[in-house]
Design a protein around this ligand. Sequence first.
Ligand SMILES: Cc1cc2nc3c(=O)[nH]c(=O)nc-3n(C[C@H](O)[C@H](O)[C@H](O)COP(=O)(O)OP(=O)(O)OC[C@H]3O[C@@H](n4cnc5c(N)ncnc54)[C@H](O)[C@@H]3O)c2cc1C
Length: 353
Amino acid sequence: MAGESTPQQQDQDFADYRGVWVLVEHARGRVNTVSWELLGEGRKLAARLDVELAAAVLGNQVDHLVDEAFEFGADLVYRVDDPVLEYYRTRPYCHGLSSLIRAYKPEILLLGATSMGRDLASAVATEVLTGLTADTTMLDVEPPPSRLLLASRPAFGEKILATILCKHRRPQMATVRPKTFAMPPRERGRRGPVIDAPLGLTEADIATKVLDYVAEEHYGLKLQEADVIVAGGRGLGDPAGFKLLEELAEALGGVVGASRAAVDAGWISHEYQVGQTGRTVRPKLYIACGISGAIQHLVGMEKSDMIVAINKDPRAPIFQLAHAGIVGDLYQVVPVLTRAFRERLGGQPLLSA
Ligand SMILES: Cc1cc2nc3c(=O)[nH]c(=O)nc-3n(C[C@H](O)[C@H](O)[C@H](O)COP(=O)(O)OP(=O)(O)OC[C@H]3O[C@@H](n4cnc5c(N)ncnc54)[C@H](O)[C@@H]3O)c2cc1C
């Protein structure tokens, strides 16, 4: 790849590449909100580079997604609307997005680090011969003239934060985990220009056929969308401890989460795990019960609006991050909280907004 042209030649070519793009991910008409979170973050990058923020919307009958993309901040939308794109399949989506990239040349392309985003991003990066930083947790750009995307992500078991550059290829691509960035405000009725492009493939060109679509109850998604999470760790000492946490979560209108130690002990399934190798969450309230606060756990929940820690060790690192802490035995503290919230809330969720 490096032998094709010198960095100087490539730098000249880069002048054609302008704009920050976000791929709008959706399934059966529902957007994955990570796309809007990325539009919010993409806006900051676009402002620093003084370029437009665009959304790439691929699918079948996607007008409503185009409208939403404008309302969440896109200045313009590139649309590929084709029945072949009814369901996500790597080949047609990769073809459609790669064709858009070749035609309209974005300098930065962001996708969610979801199953679909990861699959599509790697296929597209290979197709257009560029670099991709996966699972980014921080994004920034160097101002012109370098215009480099600074894509940072934890490395070596979270011990360092590596900032990865893509100096000699365009676009600069990154995937970002859901809930890493906040949702931008929605401006209803906001609209902009739409550029339509053909897919250039027919059903006959694609070997993979979708025969049926079976929706799976996925706890991980529920965890990511929850406003209140009551999470348990090794301090529970026993799988039965989660029953106690479920009661508190229920009193608050929330759900249960877990540390990896609790998952590894076999007390609860991996779908509940929060952290580096689990889910990244951003609830309004996160109650950590018997969780010490290892960095691999913290990276998954540190952006929660309010963190409450319950731990019998006053020196537990979680207290350094927590907004409020209760030093004590969770088996004594949690039932008291559950009773108090039941009385106060009377079955209403703590946070209904
Ligand atoms: C590559 C890698 C990836 C990882 N990914 C993740 C991840 O995604 N998520 C994750 O969570 N971890 C992850 N880990 C593991 C992480 O390093 C920690 O080992 C783990 O988070 C510890 O879980 P814990 O806090 O429940 O257990 P511990 O660290 O053992 O803490 C238990 C806490 O409970 C307290 N306690 C004990 N009894 C009670 C009681 N009765 N009442 C109140 N408090 C009590 C103790 O004081 C202690 O602070 C990862 C590790 C590696 C190397």
